[in-house]
Write a protein that binds this ligand. Sequence first.
Ligand code: AMP
Ligand code: MG
Length: 345
Amino acid sequence: MRSRKVVLALAFAVLLGALMLAVHFLAASGLARPQLYRRTSRAMGTFVTVAAWSGDRSHAEEALDLALEEIRLLEGLLSTFDGKSELSEINGAPPGRPVLVSPATLEALGVARRVWRESGGAFDPTVGPLVELWRRAREEGRLPSDEEIEAARSKVGFEQVEVEGETTSVAVGSAGVRLDLAALAKGLAAERATRALAASGIRSGFADVGGDVCFLGSGPSGRPWRAGISDPRDPEQVVETLHVSARAVVTSGNYQQVSVVEGKRISHIIDPRTGRPADGPDSVTVVAADGAEADAWATALSVLGAGGADAARGAGVEFVMYFVEDGGLRRFASEGIREYEGGSR
Ligand code: AMP
Ligand code: MG
């Protein structure tokens, strides 16, 4: 009897010792209760936040560093302000001369081509001359003439950009045509940043590039992440919350940059087919598996409006559109969005 007590006491002591050792080891190795580590910075002309759910602070910090680095790398490749970026190099090359580009630029152009085709040209990364024309119109407070619109339109058309997959080179076919990937660059940056988190062994986290968000895995405690949709009349207010895991959520909103010239509302998104500002929804939120596709489709659907529902279904992307009508909001969404609906707030 007594010896059994001694054995029990001994076992208890050993267990206690092991427990203390484990606690000591965890403390020394920096492991702690899992939490959401996050870092905010500026890149691509906006605020960027990357976050990693981890029980290991130094591991999380390392992953966040890599994710931010990925975003800066992409900014360096796709910027149209930086004369040394790959995009500037393509735009500056004589017509027909191919320029070698890196895999990230090729990925951007690959998504651009797919969405251009699937949206029937509503998304077109060569729309720059028209964007520029309407930007000047806004600044000068006068509408452009039909001749000016036609002149700009003649320099627009993604079919004039040749991408050679095998040789990883890009050529712009005609003088005056230039590429601007602004409408998918932020989504691609968020996408590649979450891939960097995943490659570092992080299983739950997100990358938010100016409101374009890619979620990695599910949220803390295994429940879906929550993504709020802003009210286009008052972007500080959330009209709806989507519940998503491992998805990108991207919004294109007129409210972000809209002006009125000679009584006409002028969106920063242009319909390349007419050469005139899009007259579509006031906000489009897209949920898709890939960040760059979500971003490109949010822009495409801003042009297409409700008429783009079939094209979006064909591409496997879900969306919610809001139209401001007589001060109220009209909502139009794809059927598949139900999977992500978490109720209104
Ligand atoms: P986003 O905020 O992603 O919708 O991108 C809008 C930006 O994309 C605009 O500021 C323009 O620089 C450019 N853009 C405008 N219209 C189009 C279009 N139809 N297709 C592709 N890019 C566009
Ligand atoms: Mg976009």
